[in-house]
Design a protein around this ligand. Sequence first.
Ligand SMILES: C[S@@+](CC[C@H](N)C(=O)[O-])C[C@H]1O[C@@H](n2cnc3c(N)ncnc32)[C@H](O)[C@@H]1O
Length: 200
Amino acid sequence: MTSVSHFDQAAQGWEQRPISQQLASSIPTAIQQAIALQPQHRLLDFGAGTGLLSAALASQVAEIVALDTSDAMLAVLAEKQLPNVRIVNQDIFHGMADTFDGVVSCMAVHHVADTAGLFTVFFQHLVSGGFIAIADLDQEDGSFHGDNEGKGVKHLGFDRQQLSTMLQNIGYQAIAFHTAVNVEKDGRSYPVFLLIARKP
Ligand SMILES: C[S@@+](CC[C@H](N)C(=O)[O-])C[C@H]1O[C@@H](n2cnc3c(N)ncnc32)[C@H](O)[C@@H]1O
């Protein structure tokens, strides 16, 4: 991606933001508690950014493909020199050759307009028995990001029941949600769910 996005501009200070620190201290742990990661697993980290998830999970799996469209976010991840994290600068809708044992993601799904299309792409690139472990916002009133348009926000969080029905229609099974963390911002509390589901 050649254009400068909100994420390109935010990349340098990204991990110092209190929101990132709250997510970093909760979401990787929640995923590890929900999924028995295996040393042979190959994972996709969708919207990997600076590697909040990839850096925390890399030591437990064989390889993570860290996919993102922001040059600057991925440059911060590259500085971490994680030997089994393969950085791919690509829009997820522009085709991927790989298949994965699992797809992980933190706070990226609400930046994609076509939610059903996105979860369909995940499904197509999962092995049979593979999992998704997706952290994102529950429905909110638009105050979480403030400048939603400027920050590329396409959904003000998600309704768990609607998302669950969408996933069932795609073919996912064993769909489960729980609240992984309540992110505190400007005196308010925003629940972030962890969604787990399997491809049969
Ligand atoms: C809010 S950031 C989250 C970054 C990281 N997961 C974290 O929690 O710190 C969302 C990321 O998704 C990426 N992204 C949005 N749409 C994308 C797409 N269609 N394909 C790949 N990456 C995308 C953005 O570039 C951005 O880095």
